[in-house]
Design a protein around this ligand. Structure first.
Ligand code: AVJ
Length: 296
């Protein structure tokens, strides 16, 4: 917040209310990624299961217990399922529901920030169990390509030589389609963005006036990313603990990037991280891709 371009990391969106708002985003008609990923997962489930192998240890970063996770658990029959998420409540609820639905499944939920090297519980029942890291939802799009490369490299270390990774990636497409997805008619994305300020007010005792900030999202074609900002509607100052932040009229807080890749771009990125993009599955409209990565 002290930098010339004020910015907040998107991982802080996901308090209980933010997690609920995100679930609503996923059901919006304009927000195609969730449905596109679900549809490609359904369409290619058999091939995905053959690629990942059955009976391994399935680690999932982010994204709670969605429909596509259930499909995968049913198809892979993993020996253990390790969901990792920063949103504690959402994670606990999801793990409970999965435990009820899949009585045979060993679940080890880990509350944590997977952008940092994380220690995963050691419970591999037998040596030789393969570890599969599942990173769906295009969450990797929140990272810059440099950060994404470092993250993939870290994950490459976690899965080892015999392991694999499944990564969901949102693809480059008509900027108007992208624009609509992050500027929905019902204003749910706007509420999701503004909720970050409400959270800072509540948890850090700041005095952001939400009526004086507006959601602004656009596609930046040079960078290949959606940028979300909160625009100050007037000149104002905000108190946050011992700090005081001045805003010029029109000045923004950059709250999120959502990178979009071509298949070639993302394949090249994985190669720089020690992976090989062995398989790429896409939905019928080629909006979204699931990459099956093996150690190079
Ligand atoms: C959860 C990061 C994949 O970038 O599309 C949705 C978050 N932000 N609408 C995305 C988000 C605004 C989402 N990810």
């Amino acid at each position: 917040m002290s930098l010339p371009q004020k910015a907040l990391p998107p991982k802080y969106f996901y308090d209980a209310e933010g997690s609920r708002l995100f679930e609503r985003i996923c059901r919006l008609p304009e927000y195609y990624p969730t449905r596109a990923e679900l549809s490609l997962t359904r369409a290619h489930l058999g091939a995905i299961a053959r690629f990942a192998g059955r009976g391994g240890e399935l680690v999932e970063y982010g994204s709670g217990a969605s429909l596509k996770t259930r499909l995968l658990i049913r198809a892979l029959r993993p020996s253990a399922y390790v969901p990792v998420d920063i949103a504690e409540e959402a994670l606990a609820g999801a793990a409970r529901r999965l435990a009820r639905e899949f009585g045979w499944l060993h679940i080890f939920a880990v509350t944590g920030d997977f952008s940092q090297p994380l220690r995963l519980p050691v419970h591999r029942a037998r040596a030789g169990r393969r570890r599969i890291v599942y990173f769906p939802g295009s969450t990797i799009g929140n990272l810059t390509p440099e950060e994404a490369q470092a993250f993939l490299r870290m994950t490459r270390g976690q899965v080892g030589r015999a392991g694999a990774m499944l990564v969901g990636v949102d693809l480059k497409k008509d900027a108007n389609v992208l624009h609509a997805a992050y500027n929905d008619a019902r204003g749910v994305t706007a509420a999701f963005n503004l909720n970050l300020l409400r959270r800072i007010n509540r948890e850090l005792g700041a005095d952001f006036d939400l009526r004086r900030f507006r959601h602004y999202a656009f596609y930046n074609p040079q960078r290949g990313r959606i940028e979300m900002h909160l625009v100050s509607l007037e000149r104002q100052s905000v108190n946050l603990g011992a700090y005081r932040f001045e805003f010029a009229s029109g000045e923004t807080i950059h709250t999120e990037n959502s990178y979009k890749y071509s298949v070639e771009e993302f394949s090249a990125l994985t190669a720089l991280a020690g992976f090989r993009a062995e398989r790429v599955w896409r939905d019928a409209q080629k909006r979204f891709a699931l990459f099956g990565l093996l150690a190079a």
